[in-house]
Design a protein around this ligand. Structure first.
Ligand code: GAP
Length: 433
């Protein structure tokens, strides 16, 4: 399959089956904005739940936070975003088109000329005004990263949880960037979701801790089913490091449009806590409980995109197979991520006893698993539909089920079918899922 074809197929499947729709579609679509449909929202929630479980619930050294999107304008002054969070833009003097300077070479990608205006800084933050009066005192920004909510709450978290170093804070939430060149479906958007960890450590331990988080985060993608040869690490050169970072490694995924960043794991040093102490006048140093020494912890930051991870899981799960001379599309999502775990399907929708039993089975299973009931097509078509959205198992209720209290369970990947007694069904799925 050509790589561009693959991306087109993913976009088409996402729209057709209700994973992702273009925003404001009926008005022609808002570029770079996407809406997650009924299956997309389940998948994205599963990605976030898997992350939260791995980095908060399964660890002893992590807590969570959910800070606001609107923050005091001073936060962004202190963080450096007001002054440094810029793309440099140039205009082609011949065709008048505008480009990011770092995205082009000597020649205009549109007309081939090589006569550009001087580069001008374009700040990526979305500015807004609080309250009814517009003015500098009412200026606020939609956060371009969730991280700052964690730094400004450092003392609140320490005071309420009595944590000792090293410990970390995790947060999932929306961020906003006025990207100059959004694109590649949900890869680069202006409104997107991040899942970020700020891990506070003793400065001499920062390097080792950085490496541990790189390994840990890389493994998370593998554990959720991404193929190993589709994932790689890339260390940033000194010239690409963000203004706050001492070192950074990206986890990259081999998207159909090329290797691209899924998550960055940076050593932010003590930059942020120092800056916020200075700008707010509030001391954000940590006091060692034994030595009573005060210092600014170093911060290791694994920062990933929910939308990018979701897209990577979708791309990686997409498979086409030939079965009995026909094309079968199957999303081989892991059991944690599959939006629907079980579909219950009546073989004959005109038989009211079969329909009643199928609905009863679905109602019973849905207390423990995400299930659907579907009787809108023939069984062959229903199987193909469920394969295409990654449903793990199909349960088919037929005439014989009414007599022997057994149903057919079909496995998504092997397509093998097995008769299972109704009173064993829940246990069977508990074991498998
Ligand atoms: N706090 C550090 C930070 O925000 P970043 O590398 O700018 O670092 C972290 O962003 C992650 O957020 C990226 O690895 C990516 O997954 C996601 N991300 C950033 N910009 C995005 C955009 N415009 N659309 C979708 N995801 C984005």
């Amino acid at each position: 399959m050509q790589k561009n074809d693959l991306m087109e197929k993913i976009v088409s499947l996402c729209k057709r089956r209700g994973f992702i729709f273009q925003s404001s579609d009926i008005y022609g679509g808002l570029s770079s904005s996407w809406d997650y449909g009924p299956l997309g929202v389940e998948l994205k929630q599963n990605v976030k739940a898997a992350w939260w479980k791995a980095v908060v619930h399964y660890r002893d050294d992590m807590v969570g936070l959910d800070a606001g999107i609107l923050m005091d304008a001073q936060v962004w002054k202190a963080s450096g975003h007001t002054d440094n969070f810029n793309d440099i833009l140039v205009d082609c003097k011949k065709c008048k088109k505008r480009f990011r300077q770092d995205h082009i070479g000597d020649q205009c990608p549109s007309c081939g000329a090589n006569d550009f205006t001087e580069g001008r800084a374009f700040n990526l933050m979305f500015k807004t005004y609080l309250g009814a009066v517009e003015g500098e005192s009412a200026v606020a920004y939609l956060r371009p990263e969730t991280a700052q909510g964690i730094f400004v709450n450092f003392n609140n978290i320490l005071d309420t949880t009595h944590r000792k170093l090293p410990f970390g804070v995790a947060q999932i939430g929306k961020s906003f960037r006025n990207e100059v060149t959004p694109g590649n479906f949900t890869f680069r958007m202006r409104e997107f979701e991040q899942m970020e960890i700020e891990y506070f450590t003793q400065p001499p331990e920062a390097e080792e801790c950085h490496q541990q988080w790189i390994d840990n985060r890389f493994q998370w993608y593998l554990d959720l089913g991404i193929q190993k040869d589709h994932l790689r690490l890339r260390k940033h050169g000194d010239d690409e490091l963000a203004h706050y970072a001492k070192g950074c490694s990206d986890i990259e995924y081999r998207f159909p449009f090329g290797w691209s960043e899924l998550e960055g794991i940076a050593n932010r040093t003590d930059f942020d806590l120092k800056q916020h102490s200075q700008f707010s006048g509030v001391d954000l140093q940590y006091k060692d409980p034994v030595s009573q020494e005060k210092f600014y912890p170093y911060i290791i930051e694994p920062s990933g995109g929910v939308d990018r991870a979701t897209l990577a899981f979708l791309v990686d799960a997409y498979h086409e197979e030939e079965v009995e001379g026909r094309l079968r599309v199957v999303l081989k999502l892991s059991k944690e991520l599959a939006p629907i775990k079980i579909a219950v399907l009546p073989l004959l929708k005109k038989n009211s006893d079969i329909v009643a039993l199928a609905k009863k089975i679905k109602n019973d299973l849905q207390k423990d698993f995400v299930c659907v009931y579907d009787d809108t097509a023939s069984i062959g078509k229903l199987y193909r539909r469920q394969d295409e959205v990654g449903t793990f198992f199909c349960v088919t209720v037929d005439v014989q089920s009414l007599e022997d209290a057994q149903v057919t369970v079909r496995d998504r990947d092997s397509m093998q079918q097995q008769r299972i007694a109704l009173d064993q069904l829940k246990n069977y799925f508990r074991e498998k899922l």
